[in-house]
Write a protein that binds this ligand. Structure first.
Ligand code: FES
Length: 276
């Protein structure tokens, strides 16, 4: 069993859980994920690791309450236990010295990208971070991003269809200044539709754009095929070949979006959450 050692509410419906899982903490790397099961009746659900402490043997992940399992997780308190907590899974995010990296984050990605940004800074990169949130009330996790990023841009507000126009405007401004203010790489962990739009914005400029894709997953080991997607004309499994992919090579955006929406129930949509 895997005890919960801390539970913090970061914003309305946004939670951070800290789990005692020494084996996962020992091996975790930026961009990897875990698959957990709450109890005998629980489903297997993937969550991107947002932090870890190897000495304490703990692993953090951030989630938004949108469905049955996340509502159950939101009710857990320190002392409660998870039946299963498997990981770290997936390939770590690519990290090297690139120069100037722009990261674009929203939702759980605001927290889950922190280890990637930390690693990028350790490699001597300059990092500009754009954080997207519907409003200030639902903005969280600013402090570590402020400390790590050379520039932090807040893109608040929504157009009403889940696509945050302020984010694309902020990215457009940065791209317009390129190559005078050169951008060497973009890393995005935000909504599927925004990652798709970002990839199209950077493609003509030849700026490598890494997107973090989390389709529906079951086993997390490349056996079930649930997380398959098409990248560069080849079938790939997000759980073993990703979850980070070159956004310019992803050619199955429509399929990805449709499959994500398949499992969005009415209650999720009524809460104003986008399945994309
Ligand atoms: Fe089964 Fe990836 S989750 S193949």
């Amino acid at each position: 069993m895997y005890p919960i050692v801390d539970h913090e509410v970061l914003a309305p419906r946004v939670h951070r859980l800290r789990v005692q899982a020494p084996v996962v903490a020992e091996k975790a790397k930026p961009g990897q994920f875990v698959i957990l099961i709450i109890d005998e009746k629980g489903e297997r659900v993937p969550f991107t690791i947002s932090d870890w402490d190897r000495d304490a043997g703990t692993v953090d992940f951030v989630f938004i309450e949108v469905g049955k399992t996340t509502r159950q997780l939101a009710a857990l308190q320190p002392g409660d236990e998870l039946l299963s907590f498997i990981g770290p899974l997936g390939r770590p995010a690519e990290v090297d010295h690139y120069g100037h990296v722009v990261t674009v984050l929203s939702g759980y990605g605001i927290a889950a990208t922190v280890p990637i940004i930390r690693a990028l800074k350790e490699q001597g990169n300059t990092v500009t971070t754009i954080v997207q949130a519907p409003d200030r009330e639902r903005l969280f996790g600013q402090k570590p991003l402020e400390e790590l990023s050379d520039q932090l841009i807040l893109a608040l507000g929504t157009r009403g269809d889940g696509m945050m126009e302020s984010t694309t405007v902020a990215v457009r401004k940065l791209l317009d200044a390129h190559p005078r203010k050169r951008i060497d790489r973009v890393v995005a962990m935000c909504s599927l539709c925004l990652m798709r739009v970002l990839s199209e914005m950077t493609r003509p400029l030849g700026i490598k754009t890494m997107v973090h894709l989390t389709p529906v997953m079951v086993d997390g080991t490349g056996m079930c095929g649930a997380c398959r997607l098409s990248v560069g004309g080849t079938n790939r499994f997000a759980c073993v070949h990703g979850p980070e992919f070159d956004g310019h090579e992803v050619d199955g955006w429509e399929v990805l979006m449709a499959r994500r929406c398949t499992y969005a129930d009415e209650s999720i949509l009524q809460q104003g959450f986008q399945c994309r």
